[in-house]
Design a protein around this ligand. Structure first.
Ligand code: TYM
Length: 334
């Protein structure tokens, strides 16, 4: 049976890109006989400095965001990474399988480490190895993510293949990335060449899941655009990154695609399209942020959900870790 795994960093500012590129897709994959495991990756978050109180809050807020968006903690396994120790334990084995050069080539490492890579944490370099462990400790077959995670998922396959080859086994599956939908790469509202990101210093560049209706409308009204009206088909969006971005967001929010949206909207000015986009964004996001706020009022309940999730997860991860250790030759309990 297929098993889906994906993760999101609890590093604050959960935004529309995370929702459309990831969380909404997670909800779509839930049920239908597929086993789904969704994870708050707190161990990944601390590869760059996180204030401890902020990390706690962001982890609970992300959990609330998952549930408010439609992840059902009964149907899916919802976990916080550090509460399932097998992730970190398998990551150590993978640190010994993966090569340093593979890690140094990762674009996310290069972006986050910046000019002074010697000063980046060792964890930041090893980040993709932990990510491979997240996925492979469940023998997950499918991983829904946004476009920016593609390189990490290729590396996950490389690590699985090298482990299987080195130890002469056919143990870890080669995972399929699932990068689908109208908004696999949501761009900044201020600059169509940069992706929407948690860490962009400009709050106007992104729509946060916790923004209120007025803020969402204002950010869309002020979003950068060009002076042309909308084209009547998606091909006309080439070389118009800002226009393409807004159309993609509209398409993803309405479970449609750019061609269908433009068949209806083609010829309209942004002064007309932007209020329509704002309306649909508020309609979809406002109930989620209201439900997040409600859930955040009871952090103990969130913690109980995560504790229960970890118990269920470990029924899967503990035997896979033990079999891995056996393959490697580690002496186990008598
Ligand atoms: P993170 O926390 O940066 O992002 C979480 C998810 O949101 C997607 N995403 C976007 N999608 C579309 N447009 C955007 N602007 C945008 N920004 C973010 C990401 O592609 C991702 O799907 N390394 C991962 C977390 C992780 C993980 C894993 C994912 C750890 N272990 C195992 C999958 C499987 C990350 O930093 O995501």
């Amino acid at each position: 049976t297929p098993r889906v795994f994906s993760g999101i960093q609890p590093s604050g500012n959960l935004h529309l890109g995370n929702y459309l590129g990831a969380i909404k897709r997670f909800v779509d994959m839930q049920g239908q006989g597929i086993e789904t495991v969704y994870c708050m990756v707190d161990l990944h978050a601390i590869t760059v400095w996180q204030d401890p109180a902020d990390l706690t809050r962001s982890t609970r807020e992300l959990c609330a965001g998952f549930i408010a968006s439609g992840i059902d903690p009964e149907q899916s396994i919802l976990i916080n990474q550090s509460q399932v120790p097998e992730h970190a334990q398998l990551a150590w084995v993978f640190n010994c399988v993966a090569r340093m050069g593979w890690m140094q080539r990762m674009t996310q490492f290069k972006d986050k480490a910046g000019k002074n890579a010697q000063n980046a944490s060792l964890g930041l370099l090893a980040y993709p190895s932990l990510m491979a462990a997240d996925i492979l400790i469940y023998h997950a077959t499918h991983v829904p993510v946004g476009e920016d995670q593609k390189q990490h998922l290729e590396l996950t396959r490389d690590i699985a293949a090298k482990f299987n080859h080195d130890y002469g086994v056919d143990f870890f599956p080669l995972t399929e990335p699932v990068i689908e939908g109208a908004a696999t790469r949501v761009m900044s509202l201020r600059d169509g060449a940069r992706k929407m990101s948690k860490s962009d210093p400009s709050d106007m560049s992104r729509i946060n899941m916790t923004d209120d209706a007025d803020t969402i409308a204002k950010k869309i009204r002020k979003a950068k655009t060009d002076p042309e009206p909308l084209p009547s088909e998606a091909a006309g969006l080439e070389d118009r990154p800002e226009a393409r971005n807004l159309v993609s967001i509209y398409a993803a929010l309405t479970d449609s695609d750019a061609d269908t949206v433009l068949a209806e909207m083609g010829g309209r000015q942004f002064s007309e399209f932007k209020p329509m986009l704002a309306e649909i964004a508020v309609e979809k996001l406002a109930p989620i942020s209201a439900e997040m706020a409600r859930l955040m009022a009871d952090p103990a309940e969130i913690d109980r959900i995560l504790t229960r999730g970890a118990q269920r997860a470990r029924e899967i991860t503990a035997p896979i870790l033990r079999r891995t250790y056996d393959i490697v030759g580690m002496v186990g309990p008598a």
